[in-house]
Write a protein that binds this ligand. Structure first.
Ligand code: G1P
Length: 293
């Protein structure tokens, strides 16, 4: 079985749900505690054994490239001030993985962004990781999906049960043959109305694809929002091949919307060994003061 070594991270969206913060910087660079969102995603890929990462960018790509590059001026300053911890951190960041960038050109949708990766990925299985979904350090979703791929040899999509009224914000999968976390996807639809959704299983921004997704993407017509949807390409794969779902329940934080971003920041700060205890005290003080709980 081919080893999964490549990840594609689409980062070309306009981030309109996060204005004004995203007016002049990509939403992937918004910090969650003290790291830009995309760094969590890259670290998750590396922890799962992936060492080749392709970031699909749009406008404003400079800061993304700079973030994963060496910065000799900064390194020199940190060195001369004896800040060895910070120095090690910024140097390590540039050595995390082999990170490549390619431009999407036109913002035609997530499916289109993924299709731009075709040349780089070639004829290999690969993962797609969306930056709106951030996993905590304990999450095993990605390594679990890679492990399952060894068994099933078909594409796998991460799924999570969400309240029925939230399903219209996501891709939604109908499944059968559920055996623990693994199930077989029988149908998939992008952002259905709650009353028409085939299930409450939402697509969660981690996908493991066989390369035949690229051929399907070429035939996808604009769908929801007039965009080329990745979900619609998966639906096309289903016509001739199995696609599996991997259902998980924990360790995922949504940072795509302002309120969920605030939740993610609080939860991930609480989990931090260095900041957690002090932040917890601060939060209890706020709760007392505001008369919450
Ligand atoms: C995208 C996908 C959707 C998926 C979601 C997960 O939607 O199109 O299928 O459920 O990411 O975050 P977006 O959030 O970009 O609208």
């Amino acid at each position: 079985m081919t080893r999964v070594t490549k990840a594609v991270i689409p980062a070309a969206g306009l981030g309109t749900r996060f204005l004004p913060a995203t007016k002049a910087q990509p939403k992937e660079m918004l910090p969650v505690v003290d790291k830009p969102a995309i760094q969590y995603v890259v670290e998750e890929a590396v922890a799962a054994g992936i060492d080749d990462i392709l970031i699909i960018t749009g406008r404003n790509k400079r800061s993304l490239e700079d973030h994963f590059d060496r910065n000799f001026e900064l390194e020199h300053q940190l060195q001369s001030k004896g800040k060895t911890g910070d120095l090690a951190e910024v140097v390590e960041l540039a050595e995390l993985a082999d990170i490549h960038f390619v431009r999407q050109g036109e913002p035609l949708g997530l499916g289109h962004a993924v299709s731009v990766a075709r040349k780089h990925v070639g004829n290999e299985p690969f993962v797609v990781m969306l930056g709106d979904d951030i996993m905590d350090d304990h999450s095993t979703v990605l390594p679990d999906m890679i492990k399952q791929f060894d068994q099933v040899g078909s594409s796998i999509v991460a799924l999570m049960e969400v309240p029925q009224e939230s399903i219209s914000a996501y891709g939604c999968a109908a499944v059968d043959q559920r055996d623990g976390a693994l199930c077989r996807i029988t149908g998939i639809v992008e952002k259905p109305a709650a009353e028409e959704a085939p299930s409450n299983l939402a697509v969660m921004g981690r996908y493991l694809f066989t390369p035949d997704i690229f051929a399907e993407l070429e035939h996808v017509e604009p769908g929801v929002g007039g965009e080329i949807q990745l979900t619609d390409a998966i639906a096309r794969v289903l016509a001739h091949d199995d696609v599996y779902g991997w259902v998980f329940a924990e360790g995922r934080y949504d940072i795509g919307k302002k309120i969920d971003y605030l939740r993610a920041t609080v939860e991930l700060a609480l989990q931090r060994e260095d900041l957690g205890p002090e932040f917890r005290e601060f939060l209890s003080e706020v709760v007392r003061r505001e008369g919450i709980g």
